[in-house]
Design a protein. Sequence first.
Length: 262
Amino acid sequence: MTSEPSTSSTAVSQIRLNKRMAELGLCSRREADEWIAKGWVRVNGQLAVLGMAIGLQDRVHVDKRAQSHQQQQVTILLHKPMGYVSGQAEDGHQPAVHLIQARNHWAGDQSRLRFSPQHVRGLAPAGRLDIDSTGLLVLTQDGRIARQLIGEDSTIEKEYLVRVHWADRTTAINQVFPEAELMRLRHGLSLDGKPLKPARVEWQNPEQLRFVLKEGKKRQIRRMCEQVGLKVVGLKRIRMGRVVLGHLPVGQWRYLSSSEVF
């Protein structure tokens, strides 16, 4: 696996090798450091060392052993229940990765992969789903997928169904909620002093909104709704990119198949 040197610039500016490898789509920065430490990476024919910087014109070559290692990595789709946190355990609540056990493996999984304890090693969430939310949570060993879903330059859509209350009203909210406030949800709000990217927001039924976002700030939808007077009483993620939650039961998981892409 060899990268082609950049032809767009002959600048002598330097960049960390692990960052350059991530930009080239070879792996994540963490994986790059692991491969460099194992002697699987060469720059212009010379063995790479941790922390080195290279130019855009330099040629990066990765040993086939790294590619073989990468092909063994798995990505898991979990229907996260309420009460579990996405990442590290906090406030006595268990991380969602604890649900990745053989007994919770969905019988409808079409991937033909069999569960192995090694599939849990290094498994990390690619995107937040807070403790009060349910739905599709992606956990992956593959840094390329993590970067695709949550990297700074990610454009992957995330779709949510959001049940709301407004002004003590719990029914037929769509008939009375101001159109101007709905437009603000679509574009015009800011969080943490920064404007949000445009979103697709529409009524799914009289008490439920459908959100499609291309970013994922902490508790973003709940905080957006607060700014227009809506109270979120239920939030479920049903899609990330082209991968949907589908019929996956709550608390169960399946493997991302080789034919699926985000």
